[in-house]
Design a protein around this ligand. Structure first.
Ligand SMILES: Cc1cc2nc3c(=O)[nH]c(=O)nc-3n(C[C@H](O)[C@H](O)[C@H](O)COP(=O)(O)OP(=O)(O)OC[C@H]3O[C@@H](n4cnc5c(N)ncnc54)[C@H](O)[C@@H]3O)c2cc1C
Length: 589
């Protein structure tokens, strides 16, 4: 064993001497059983090293039994399917890859275990289109975040989802903290990020008149933006379907038949599928899927993040994305001795080691989002939100958006990020299995990076099909990058609305008063390449229930519209998954 391995073992044993550490197939593997999840994560982090493909941390948390939510449907609908490419996961990575592959004449199938696309972290994020200023130039995060950021203008035009680019401001409260701003400014040249500059308070106020009273300088990053992540996800999926991809919802990959380093088939709850190549885009489950395929070199350690949505009336107070530098925690005056200061600058510059988080983000709908925090959890599907987290985030972010109050909160949600121990994206062709492509560790800034990751995955899939399967893969000359525009009443002039309502009175029937959404827009969402008849799917597509009253008024009306359109009873319409019943039956006749 090498010296560096011995050193790692020593450090890991300082956490718990009972942990077994071995080197296997180029990976460092940890096994054992412990009582403290945070210590298990710390042990995993100590194992990271460039000499390995990655860390396999199989230390079990005593008393914790992981429970994966799986669809309850069991049939043979897709049994015997033989797609060229099978994508596992209908989040941003999977759907962007499906769309990218639809540019070729290929049989592409995407399976998603949820009842809709964007069932995982892709619908539970802040929607910031990140600049990626603090990544190292050779990281996967830099490569894909940078390219992904560049792609958003064209994508939003083609796919017709909301996106704005008002910039990102990193603010500091004391002159000495400018060291950090200038260090990041220098990094922007290494990373080829255009237009970054250090600005003073006056210029900051020109962009953001309500910037906090203590902010003296800021790093202005003009390429920062925000978008609607679930609308983006739905748009990618719909455009992929328009161009020939088959999207199969409520379909989970449960196992694989692998022989001589090759996946022969993928077992699902809806039959066995025989793909030529598999794309693993399963978010927090990418390590489980890689394990099924015999290609596991990494471990996902789920990391929770809670975001808080504030009322539109305070949306005007921050019009871009703004966060305070991590060193401002010392206080606006920069209290603390020189060692504390140096340490805090070092921490801020090595910020890529953790998830991006704690910012104030304007949204495409005019609200403000604050958050998220970052907490390690053993549970890959734990999306509960607790009051103390909400309080902590509000307390912190009220320092940045000084005008907001706790009573402005209208909703909050929690998502689970999917970092690997290497804290970088693991996007690569299979190492031990020839016909799998891994898209793992895609945590923040993964929503920004997904379209760029998809370009590589699609390129590698085509190369594999040509070089290893003897296929001649042709361009799909009928590929249509555009997703048709649907009427959005709120953005129309009174004259335009009048005309539309005369043509179709359904647009004159307002269902959601808070967001001003009409019956016509809900019916449009159902008349799409990927119609999903659940309350949440409609909410994501056209926003009824997203306003101040959070669906208190409009949900019964939306239920009625869905039941009528589907030709079923009200009880059959679910909130999100098949078991999320809303109505059990009539109480009065
Ligand atoms: C709180 C929070 C805030 C964030 N904020 C931002 C931000 O502002 N900007 C940004 O760029 N990024 C942000 N991110 C990161 C971003 O959301 C993710 O990186 C991105 O959504 C990852 O997409 P994905 O498709 O790889 O994974 P996911 O969206 O998790 O998709 C994986 C899909 O696979 C499905 N699946 C899993 N197992 C199976 C199986 N066995 N069979 C079939 N399907 C399966 C899941 O149901 C899921 O839908 C944030 C993340 C969180 C949690």
């Amino acid at each position: 064993m090498s010296k560096s391995f011995d050193k790692k073992v020593k450090k890991i044993h300082e956490i718990d001497p009972s942990i077994q550490v071995t080197e296997e197939r180029g990976c460092i593997v940890l096994r054992g059983e412990m009582d403290d999840w945070n210590k298990i994560v710390r042990a995993g982090k100590k194992a990271v090293g460039h000499e390995y493909y990655g860390v396999i941390n199989d230390i079990k948390l005593r008393g914790f039994e992981p429970k994966e939510k799986l669809p309850s449907i069991n049939d043979e609908l897709y049994d015997g399917a033989t797609p060229d490419v099978l994508i596992i996961g209908g989040g941003l990575t999977g759907c962007a890859t499906a769309r990218e592959l639809s540019k070729y004449k290929l049989d592409v199938m995407l399976i998603e275990k949820g009842a809709d696309v964007a069932a995982g972290q892709s619908s539970r994020n802040g929607g910031a289109v990140h600049v990626g200023i603090n990544y190292s130039p050779n990281s996967g995060k830099h490569k894909y975040c940078h390219r992904g950021n560049e792609m958003f203008d064209e994508l939003s035009r083609d796919l017709n989802f909301p996106f704005e680019r008002p910039g990102h401001f990193l603010i500091v409260g004391a002159k000495w903290e400018n060291i950090l701003l200038y260090a990041l400014w220098l990094n922007s040249f290494r990373l080829h990020i255009p237009g970054v500059k250090v600005i003073g308070r006056e210029e900051l106020l020109e962009h953001e008149p309500y910037a906090p009273s203590w902010a003296c300088n800021a790093l202005y990053m003009p390429t920062g933006g925000f978008m609607s992540p679930y609308k983006f996800n739905v748009a990618l999926a719909e455009n992929a379907v328009m161009n020939g991809v088959k999207v199969c919802l409520n379909t989970a990959a449960l196992g694989m038949d692998v022989k001589d380093g090759k996946i022969l088939s993928v077992k699902t709850n809806r039959g066995t599928i025989y793909p030529k190549i598999v794309v693993n885009a399963a978010g927090v489950y990418t390590d489980v899927i890689a394990d099924m395929a015999g290609d596991r070199t990494f471990t996902i350690h789920p990391r929770l993040g809670t975001d808080i949505i504030l009322d539109k009336k305070v949306g005007k107070y921050i019009r871009s994305t703004m966060d305070k530098s991590p060193i401002t925690v010392l206080g606006p005056e920069g209290k603390g001795g020189i060692i504390k200061k140096v340490k805090s600058v070092k921490f801020a510059l090595s910020h890529e080691n953790v998830s991006k988080g704690l910012a104030v983000i304007h949204t495409v709908d005019g609200n403000m989002i604050v958050g998220p925090n970052a907490t390690e959890t053993p549970d890959r599907e734990d999306i509960t939100t607790n009051a103390s987290t909400v309080d902590m985030i509000l307390r912190e972010e009220m320092k940045v958006a000084e005008k907001i109050k706790p009573s402005d909160v209208i909703a909050y949600f929690t998502g689970v990020r999917s970092p690997s121990y290497e804290e970088d994206f693991q996007v690569r062709p299979g190492i031990f299995t020839e016909n799998i492509l891994e898209a793992a560790g895609v945590q923040s800034p993964g929503a920004t990076a997904a379209p760029a990751i998809a370009e590589d995955l699609s390129k590698w899939a085509v190369e594999y099909l040509e070089n290893k399967c003897g296929m001649k893969v042709e361009r799909n000359l009928d590929f249509n990058p555009k997703r048709p525009t649907k009427p959005y009443l709120k953005d129309m002039s009174p004259e335009e609305r009048d005309k539309l309502i005369k043509e179709n009175p359904d647009y004159g029937q307002i269902v959601c008063r808070c967001e001003e959404i009409s019956k016509g827009e809900i019916l449009d969402a159902l008349d799409s390449p990927l119609p999903v008849y659940t309350l949440d799917a409609i909410k994501r597509r056209c926003r009824p229930g997203m306003g101040r009253c959070q669906g208190g008024f409009c949900s019964p009306l939306v239920l009625q519209i869905l039941a009528e359109a589907k030709g079923c009873s009200l009880e059959e319409i679910k909130k999100s998954t098949e078991d999320s019943t809303i109505l059990f039956g009539e109480t009065k006749k």
